[in-house]
Design a protein around this ligand. Structure first.
Ligand SMILES: CC(C)(COP(=O)(O)OP(=O)(O)OC[C@H]1O[C@@H](n2cnc3c(N)ncnc32)[C@H](O)[C@@H]1OP(=O)(O)O)[C@@H](O)C(=O)NCCC(=O)NCCS
Length: 188
């Protein structure tokens, strides 16, 4: 089991979900993503620039899951979809092919959601994504997830996300993704 520096044994019950200054804590967040999702040092550097750029988008918001001693153990961020963003331009032809292109308008995109492995399966991921989407002005939410049966895919389906297009190939990724969408508020 992995342990966070300066922490005792993981105590998921002491974790609080709340607003996160992701620009200020981007390195902690990417450290969580690196162990949860798997990122190389090079990928962390690339993601860092992308996250900081995303946070300048109108309506971008982030939430963090923080231990009693203030360590970040999970985060989510997203923003209203912008058709000019790279992600949207990649998924657009796939959504057009399946008749779901309209989901690119008036949608809140979940860009990243990660929980440190020591803190998974305690409801933190669910709390992060439901809380951030509850604050959305858009009536629906879209995201992409690796197109395999994973905890993430289980969680998204449980919350009402359904497949809009799959497989979706991102130029930068070796594995196919699924694009999923759900009406808001998410199902409880
Ligand atoms: C996806 C992720 C964020 C879920 O976080 P979490 O805090 O463990 O999730 P929760 O405890 O809130 O679980 C909520 C639901 O997720 C699903 N789930 C979570 N872990 C699961 C597992 N190991 N196997 C199957 N389903 C699982 C279940 O539907 C669960 O609901 P249930 O407890 O009522 O059965 C976490 O597994 C993670 O960080 N994974 C690696 C990174 C990743 O894949 N991020 C998403 C990128 S698209």
């Amino acid at each position: 089991m992995l342990h966070l520096p300066g922490e005792g044994p993981p105590d998921p019950h002491g974790v609080v979900v709340g607003p996160l200054d992701l620009a200020a804590r981007v390195d902690e967040a990417l450290a969580v993503q690196a162990v949860a999702f798997g990122l190389t040092v090079e990928e962390i550097g690339v993601r860092r620039h992308i996250v900081l750029r995303h946070l300048t988008s109108p309506g971008a918001r982030a939430l963090g899951a923080t231990t009693r001693s203030g360590h970040l153990v999970g985060f989510v961020y997203g923003m209203p979809n912008d058709r000019t963003h790279w992600w949207s331009t990649v998924v657009e032809p796939y959504l057009r092919d399946t008749g779901h292109e309209g989901w690119l308008d008036d949608s809140f995109v979940i860009t990243e959601l990660h929980v440190h492995p020591d803190y998974q399966q305690h409801g933190i991921g669910r709390s992060l994504i439901t809380t951030i989407t509850d604050g959305s002005l858009q009536p629906r939410s879209i995201l992409s997830a690796i197109d395999v049966e994973s905890p993430a895919r289980h969680l998204y389906r449980a919350l009402g996300y359904r497949d809009l297009a799959r497989p979706v190939l991102f130029p930068s990724a070796p594995t196919p993704y699924a694009v999923m969408g759900a009406p808001l508020p998410l199902r409880r």
